[in-house]
Design a protein around this ligand. Structure first.
Ligand code: FES
Length: 175
């Protein structure tokens, strides 16, 4: 999000940064404040923008490299805006041998994006992970918190279609 641009919730970036400051103040001097503050930042902005990183570093008195290190270590955090739906393909061993790579290829083709990218309509972001703890259901993909089990490359279009439809219904209800 560039400076002055409105985010999807209607708050501008300045307003969000002010809210972030309040959150940081509420965590200040508490041990282990960095991760909960970053979680709040991710929820607030949908990602962790550079301005927020600078503010967190300054106000929590944590070195910039440490803040960056935590963000890049945990897949929950993102340095780039994500789509409405985060698709994560499990590339753990059980899923891999059941064809996870072919599912990933099908998703890339259907969405016309690569890993880490977001579709131009901001609907989907594509990512990968290692074992989501449901190997008996392999291969699996997750779309936000939804688990899709025994996925086949030929079934990818239908899964994506359900989320596109869901968005369309929500938009109709809002108008
Ligand atoms: S390897 Fe995919 S859930 Fe375990």
């Amino acid at each position: 999000m560039s400076k002055g641009e409105k985010c999807s919730c209607g708050d501008d970036e300045k307003g969000l940064l002010e809210r972030l400051e309040e959150i940081i103040v509420s965590f200040k001097n508490k041990p282990g404040a960095l991760i909960p503050v970053l979680q709040a930042t991710q929820s607030l902005f949908g990602y962790v923008p550079q301005e927020a990183i600078l503010k967190i570093s300054e106000m929590l008195n944590e070195p910039l490299h440490k803040v960056h290190g935590v963000i890049t270590f945990y897949s929950f955090f993102s340095l780039k805006p994500r789509g409405k739906y985060l698709i994560r393909v499990c590339l753990g061993t059980a899923c891999y041998v059941q064809g996870a790579n072919e599912i990933l290829t099908a998703l890339k083709q259907q969405l016309s994006i690569e890993i880490g990218e977001t579709t131009t309509d901001k609907l989907f972001t594509l990512d990968v992970g290692r074992c989501f703890g449901a190997c008996g259901l392999a291969p699996i993909i997750m779309v936000n918190d939804d688990v899709h089990q025994f996925v086949k490359p030929s079934g990818v279009k239908k899964i994506l279609g359900a989320y596109k439809k869901h968005k369309a219904v929500n938009q109709e209800e809002e108008t």
